[in-house]
Design a protein around this ligand. Structure first.
Ligand code: CA
Length: 240
């Protein structure tokens, strides 16, 4: 899968340079010349990485970063900073930026940082293919849940992706907006978050063992905030 990168930089020459380098290296790139557009682009569709200048018209980079963090707590962000603006760099890292590069930078340096940050990103983590929930076995690749030898049920692609996403981010609460973006692939502006609640309810019902044997809850609802994988939902090694 090609990583999608948003470049937010108001200096046309620098922006062009960065965009070209990334495209030539095979990345899918969207660009913004001001902070507001940059924030919109970064939070309204599935994005793997944001390259963010700090001095920007309309909304400065630190504000953009704050906005991104609110909606996408783990979306990787690399700050593009000018030499000498150390305060901003420190503030950016404190606000949760993953790394920074100092302008002017070489194409080689930029690509090295981009690759390193993408490698560490939970969004690009190894796919979870198998999971366990009590005595139930979940095959998230084939979309199947099994209770013992006899009984099984099919999981839809969306249900499997939802479980996979929650497992990949198991250490934190995942918001409904985030699920819309990463599981459904749509902007929260286009689909109601209630859709997610309905899917979760259906998924919970589907994961009940038809024989009546108790299976723990797979998904925990965190009131007013979102969902989390339950401690009983565990990734499992694929049988060889
Ligand atoms: Ca600038």
């Amino acid at each position: 899968m090609t990583a999608r990168i948003v470049v937010v930089e108001d200096e046309p020459a620098i922006r062009r340079g960065v965009v070209d380098v990334l495209r030539v290296s095979g990345y899918q790139v969207d660009e913004a010349a001001d902070g507001k557009t940059g924030l919109d682009l970064s939070t309204s569709s599935p994005v793997d990485l944001v390259l963010l200048d700090l001095l920007l018209p309309q909304m400065d980079g630190l504000e953009v970063l704050r906005g991104i963090r609110k909606k996408q707590p783990t979306l990787p962000v690399i700050i593009l900073t000018a030499r000498g603006s150390e305060d901003d760099r420190v503030r950016g890292l404190r606000l949760g930026a993953d790394d920074y590069v100092v302008k002017p930078f070489s194409a080689k340096e930029l690509l090295a940082r981009v690759e390193a940050v993408l490698r560490r990103s939970p969004h690009r983590a190894t796919e979870v293919l198998q999971a366990r929930l009590g005595h139930a076995k979940l095959d998230l690749k084939r979309g199947e849940v099994r209770w013992g030898k006899e009984s099984s049920a099919e999981l839809s692609d969306t249900e499997a992706s939802l479980l996979r996403y929650l497992i990949q981010h198991r250490e934190r609460i995942v918001t409904r907006d985030e699920l819309l973006l990463w599981v459904w692939g749509v902007s929260p502006d286009y689909l109601e978050t209630r859709t997610i609640d309905m899917h979760v309810a259906r998924l919970r019902a589907k994961l009940r063992d038809p024989s009546g044997k108790t299976v723990p809850d797979a998904v925990v609802t965190v009131r007013g905030r979102g969902y989390m994988a339950s401690p009983d939902l565990q990734p499992a090694e694929a049988p060889r």
